[in-house]
Write a protein that binds this ligand. Structure first.
Ligand code: HAM
Length: 421
């Protein structure tokens, strides 16, 4: 028997309420801050990710789903949302609009990772991108949005970690200092860090191995090496966060897993848990649009993993609104009653009443069992006598009472019952 591919899962009907709730909260948050929706394709030219996310990150080296289409073009399943949004920004000439252009998206991302709780090969991201301004107030706006998003879902015990990783000017100088620190410990580095040393030294700070973490603890701190402009930017971000009363923790080892970041980086998650517990990750990416062939255009954004939000809502026993139950289940007994039931179901749906009609000529017991499993508050029963008298039996499944109602009255009665529930 076939199964969903490893690291993917079906979202069953009983789970859908979580998805709908979170996506509705995301949309209203974006409306509140003036971000407009944008949908990009599920696959893109593989170079879009390879160039921008950059070599030396796990995402490019090991995790992308790359395939050739029938014309031989190399494509990649969307690995993350930022590069596609920037591609669309350039393709549609959004640089001609008043800046910054503020966009958001909800959609799947694909990464060939080792699956575990909170880490999947297909996951759903809600992301925001504000493109066209270097104002630190915009960094603070997206951090504030991330915080408001969690709070709007009832998630309150989390922390915001903040760092600045500098710019083209100061970051290379810091990397030299960092490499020289690590060169004293080469023999003690894990095999991955030996590769990072050559390909992506900043990521050395992020290694989860205990032996490497010891070396990271004593490493020089990037905020001490920022150029005056990056330093001023970082100070303003902290100052504005303070003005808004948003608490954060400075973490000089926070570097993020993608390579396009400059200056501000941040993550939101529960304290002291593994990487797969990070709920929101983001930061500034002032060089990305230029890397894609546009003019130098600063930008900042974040993405949130919906599955991780659902895990946290369940852990915190936060319940989400359930979809409405049917107003009534229509049961029938006999062929003539079946025809009346078909007609009545169509009439009630026509006036906007959600009804489920029995199918397959089951016994009354079987039909009532189905009504119960649908949690219908009322059952309409039509038998031979009801056909003759142009009426129905209306059974209230909650109060366990029943009454005879003329067919012409049933829509009005159901409507009234719904309002009083
Ligand atoms: P990211 O940190 O790679 O950043 O992913 C964003 C969020 O997606 C993570 O914080 C996490 O909640 C979720 N996530 C990532 N990988 C997985 C996975 N394998 N399974 C489940 N959830 C996952 C980005 O993708 C950047 N584009 C964020 C950004 C937007 N930066 C600036 N703008």
């Amino acid at each position: 028997m076939y199964k969903a591919p490893r690291g993917t899962s079906d979202i069953l009907p009983k789970e859908q309420a979580y998805w709908k709730h979170i996506e509705e909260k995301a949309a209203s948050l974006c409306q509140l801050y003036g971000y407009q929706p944008l949908s990009t394709p599920i696959f893109e030219d593989s170079q879009l990710f390879a160039r921008t996310v950059s070599g030396g990150t796990d995402l490019v080296d090991k995790e992308m789903y790359i395939f050739e289409d029938r014309s031989g073009q190399k494509l990649a399943l969307r690995a993350e949302g930022t590069a596609p949004v920037c591609r669309a920004y350039l393709e549609h000439g959004f640089f001609n609009l008043p800046q910054p252009v503020k966009l958001y998206y909800v959609g799947p991302a694909f990464r060939y990772e080792r699956p575990q709780a909170g880490r999947y090969r297909q996951h759903q991201q809600f992301g925001v991108e504000a493109i066209g301004s270097a104002d630190p107030a915009l960094d603070v706006e997206v951090i504030e949005m991330a915080q408001r998003f969690l709070l709007s879902l009832g998630l309150s015990s989390f922390s915001i970690q903040l760092n600045s990783i500098g710019c083209n000017l100061c970051q290379p100088k810091y990397i030299e200092v960092l490499k020289s620190h690590y060169s004293n410990y080469i023999a003690y580095l894990c095999p991955d860090c030996k590769v990072r040393m050559l390909k992506n030294p900043l990521r050395l700070l992020d290694c989860k191995k205990a032996s490497c973490q010891k070396i990271a603890e004593t490493a020089p701190k990037i905020p001490d090496y920022l150029c005056p402009e990056c330093q001023a930017h970082f100070q303003s971000v902290q100052q504005y966060l303070g003005i808004l009363g948003i608490s954060f923790k400075l973490n000089h080892r926070l570097v993020r897993g993608l390579d396009y970041y400059t200056r501000t980086v941040f993550e939101v998650g529960p304290q002291k848990e593994g990487a797969q517990s990070v709920l929101v990750g983001g930061g500034r990416y002032d060089n990305l649009i230029e890397q894609l062939g546009g003019k130098a255009t600063p930008a900042v954004g974040f993405a949130a993993g919906i599955e991780r939000f659902i895990l946290n809502l369940k852990r915190a026993k936060i319940y989400v609104p359930l979809p409405p139950k049917p107003a009534a289940f229509i049961a029938y007994l006999g062929e003539e009653a079946k025809i009346e039931a078909i007609k009545l179901a169509a009439e009630l749906r026509q006036v906007g009443l959600a009804v489920v009609k029995a199918i397959d000529d089951k016994s009354l017991k079987g039909q009532l069992r189905q009504a119960n499993s649908l949690e219908a508050s009322h059952v309409i029963i039509i038998g031979e006598r009801e056909v003759k008298t142009q009426s129905v039996v209306l059974r209230d499944m909650i109060e366990n009472k029943q009454k005879i109602v003329p067919v012409t009255e049933i829509a009005r009665v159901l409507n009234r019952e719904q309002k009083t529930r």
